[in-house]
Ligand binder design. Structure first.
Ligand SMILES: [Zn+2]
Length: 263
C-alpha cells in the first residue's frame, strides 16, 4: 500500500509539472482532435501525457528512430482513452515498439476445422495480454492523428485492447463499475456483435469495421474507434452500443468530434 501511495504521489507531481512547450507545439501541429477538446479536457490530457511518457518505454524497430514527435503523438491519442476516469495508465503495458511503416509477421490462420492458411501478412499494430508491449506502425499512427473522423485509428484500437486486459481477461469487456453495467454491456455487445457478423457474411455495408466480426475482443476495439471517430453516426445507428461506451468512458465524443455528416 505504501508503494501505491508513492505511485499516486509521483503521478500527481508529474501531472502538475509545467507541460514542455515543444511537446505542446507538436501536439497542436499533429493531433487534430486536441483543438476540439474543452479547455479542461485539454489540461487533463496534458497531465496524463506527462505520466504516460514518464512511465512507458519506447523502442524503435526496423531501423526506426524514436523522436519526441513519435512519443507525444502516440501518448496524446492513447491518453484520450483515460479522460474523466480513475486510471492506472495501462498497467500491463511497459514498452511501445514502433515500426516505420507496416511490418510483416508470419501468421497461421484457421479457416475451417482442418484448414489453415499460412503466410506473411502486413500489420499496422498489435498487442497481447501477456506481451507487456504494444506494436505500432508510425505511418498509421501519424495518419490516425491527422484524420480524427475516418473511423480508423490504430492507437485507439490497440490501447482499447489494453483497457480490455485490465480486468484480467481478453474478452472484449473492460473493467466495469457495477454488476448492472456488466449485464447491460454483455447484452448489448452480444447482439451488436451478432449483427456485425451477419452483415459481414451477407456483405451489407456497416459503420463498424467488419474486422470487429472476428471475435468479441476485436469487436470492442473497433467499437472504440467508431465511438471516438464517428460518434454521431454510431449514436444514430447503434444507440445502445454508444450508450454503453459513453457510460464506460464517461465521455460524449459528439461534443468534440470533427465528424461532418452523421449517418
Ligand atoms: Zn485488434
Amino acid at each position: 500500500m505504501v508503494f501505491e501511495l508513492l505511485k499516486q504521489q509521483r503521478r500527481r507531481r508529474l501531472r502538475a509539472r509545467p507541460f514542455p512547450k515543444d511537446w505542446l507545439t507538436l501536439i497542436q501541429r499533429h493531433v487534430v482532435f486536441f483543438h476540439r477538446l474543452s479547455a479542461s479536457d485539454r489540461a487533463e490530457l496534458l497531465g496524463h501525457i506527462q505520466v504516460f511518457l514518464a512511465e512507458k518505454r519506447f523502442e524503435g524497430c526496423g531501423g526506426f528512430a524514436i523522436t519526441e514527435e513519435v512519443r507525444v503523438t502516440i501518448a496524446a491519442q492513447a491518453c484520450l482513452l483515460l479522460l474523466h476516469r480513475k486510471t492506472d495508465y495501462f498497467p500491463g503495458l511497459l514498452t511501445i515498439l514502433v515500426y516505420p511503416v507496416t511490418y510483416m509477421v508470419e501468421e497461421k490462420r484457421q479457416l475451417g476445422e482442418h484448414v489453415w492458411e499460412e503466410g506473411t501478412v502486413s500489420r499496422l499494430g498489435e498487442t497481447g495480454r501477456r506481451m507487456g508491449s504494444l506494436v505500432l506502425s508510425w505511418g498509421a499512427v501519424k495518419h490516425g492523428a491527422a484524420d480524427p473522423s475516418n473511423g480508423k485509428n490504430v492507437v485507439l484500437h490497440e490501447f482499447a485492447h489494453q483497457l480490455d486486459f485490465e480486468n484480467h481477461a481478453a474478452d472484449g469487456v473492460p473493467g466495469l463499475a457495477t454488476r448492472e453495467q456488466q449485464l447491460a454491456w454483455s447484452e448489448v455487445m452480444r447482439s451488436e456483435f451478432a449483427s456485425l457478423r451477419a452483415a459481414d457474411e451477407s456483405g451489407i455495408p456497416t459503420l463498424l469495421d467488419t474486422y470487429g466480426a472476428t471475435d468479441p475482443v476485436e469487436f470492442f476495439a473497433v467499437s472504440v474507434e467508431a465511438f471516438f471517430e464517428r460518434p454521431h453516426a454510431l449514436r444514430a445507428r447503434h444507440p445502445g452500443l454508444y450508450e454503453e461506451l459513453r457510460n464506460y468512458f464517461h465521455q460524449d465524443p459528439v461534443e468534440f468530434s470533427a465528424e461532418i455528416s452523421p449517418g
